[in-house]
Design a protein around this ligand. Structure first.
Ligand SMILES: *[C@@H]1O[C@H](CO)[C@@H](O)[C@H](O)[C@H]1NC(C)=O
Ligand SMILES: *[C@@H]1O[C@H](CO)[C@@H](O)[C@H](O)[C@H]1NC(C)=O
Length: 408
């Protein structure tokens, strides 16, 4: 949820930028050679230009449909909302102009100016993709898709996630894959170089989805709805989704175990579990990052799970996509998902293993430094990249002896 640590990175970024630009040009040349060799030719690459260098729109039917996937029997009763949706990204509006009619409203004039931009662009929902990976979950069943909200500047966090809980692998025959969700650089930044940097990173790892909307706090809900739509189109064979921030610690082993329990109990179809808040009301303190003026929303919030990390089934993700299309966008992404769940008459389940709120960052807190705490939980907010790497290796050290597991 928290993407406000950008400024610090700039110093680090400069040398990285120049280095990467050299690489980027080298790679561009290499890529063009490969394209020729494949007989793809340059024409196709330019046609696909709007969705970026890594975009390779699949032909209709190129992605396995659910009926050929081994999961077919299991998921057959879930509504197949994308029956007629071709397997390519169809949002092509290249810019989002403001809805000027909103300006004439009385409440808009009273509204805190911080929300003007959001309200004026609220109608723009789906954006073109700058980097796409239609192939990510196209080859057979993926047990768990790890989906991580990030912004371009937080390269070090993505690196740490890739080395730890976001490491793509197959465990007991179950595939785990990872994707990072990004928007475009916000204005005022070194837009062109940041874009080159992220394209280069994606050439190495192939795990980035990027949409052409500005990566701002109030646009996080766009990340949510664009991902849900993307998932519905490109991921027929995925079973579960973990969705989280790039600054959390995830105990993958415990997460998989939880999925196993839910499967045994046959509670997996409507699975949505996380750090749930049931009786929240909008924050009216103007100093808060989560401040919402009355003009924008004047009711208690529906139950929702903190966006720092939660687990859901693919069936439910598809249903969320369907109902999300009838809901006006809300500037806080996890509350928006709570609204979608409410429309489905569902509430997120609370689980004590998800600790995405209220863990103190004070170094004196034993919770921050106690490896056994991490070993027993599923998600812990929030760590720096270095802390994540260190904690991961300590928790996975065989010599770490913890008392009886009690907190699960
Ligand atoms: C954005 O779209 C509007 C029409 O919706 C068009 O008039 C304008 O030229 C476009 N701007 C850019 C930068 O493409
Ligand atoms: C969200 O992104 C769109 C597209 O880049 C932009 O027009 C809009 O102003 C952004 N909204 C906010 C609240 O930042």
């Amino acid at each position: 949820m928290d993407h406000f640590y950008r400024r610090k990175r700039v110093g680090l970024l400069k040398p990285l930028l120049s280095l990467s630009l050299v690489f980027a040009s080298f790679l561009m040349i290499h890529k063009l050679k490969v394209a020729e060799k494949d007989g793809v030719g340059l024409k196709r690459a330019w046609d696909a230009g709007w969705c970026g260098s890594r975009c390779s729109p699949l032909k209709k039917g190129a992605v396995k449909t659910r009926s050929d996937s081994p999961a077919a029997g299991y998921v057959a009763d879930a509504p197949r909302v994308s029956n007629v949706t071709p397997a390519f990204w169809d949002a092509q509006v290249l810019n989002c102009s403001e809805d000027a009619s909103v300006r004439t409203n009385d409440w808009f004039r009273r509204l805190d100016p911080r929300f003007h931009q959001f309200v004026l662009h609220r109608h723009c929902r789906y954006f073109p993709m700058l980097i796409n990976h239609p192939e990510k979950c196209a080859d057979g069943e993926v047990h768990l898709l790890m989906v991580v909200k990030s912004v371009i500047e937080q390269h070090d966090r993505r690196e740490a996630v890739r080395k730890t809980w976001g490491h793509e692998h197959t465990a007991d025959g179950k595939k785990i894959k990872t994707l990072f969700l990004l928007g475009s650089p916000t204005t005022g930044k070194d837009t062109k170089n940041l874009q080159k940097l992220i394209e280069y990173e994606d050439m190495i790892y192939g795990d980035i989805l990027q949409w052409d909307f500005m990566d701002t706090f109030f646009n996080l809900t766009l990340k949510e709805v664009n991902f849900l739509k993307w998932f519905d189109i490109f991921c027929p064979g995925v079973r579960f989704i973990f969705k989280g921030d790039d600054d959390v610690f995830v105990n993958t082993h415990n997460l998989l175990q939880l999925i196993g329990f839910k499967e045994e109990e046959r509670k997996d179809a409507e699975l949505f579990v996380g750090d749930t808040i049931s009786k929240a009301i909008p924050i009216r303190n103007r100093q808060s990052k989560y401040y919402i003026p009355k003009e924008l929303y004047d009711k208690p919030y529906p139950p929702y799970a903190g966006g720092g990390g939660f687990l859901m089934s693919s069936q439910l993700a598809r249903r969320l996509f369907v109902v999300s299309e009838d809901l006006e966008l809300y500037p806080i992404d996890d509350v928006f998902l709570g609204m979608c769940l409410q429309k489905l008459r569902l509430a997120p389940e609370i689980h004590p293993g998800f600790r995405t709120f209220g863990i103190t960052r004070r170094k004196v807190s034993p919770m921050n430094s106690e490896p056994c705490f991490y070993r027993n939980l599923i998600v812990v907010h929030k760590l720096s990249a270095q802390e994540l790497l260190r904690m991961w290796s300590v928790v996975h050290n065989d010599e770490l002896v913890c008392a009886q597991r009690t907190s699960m």
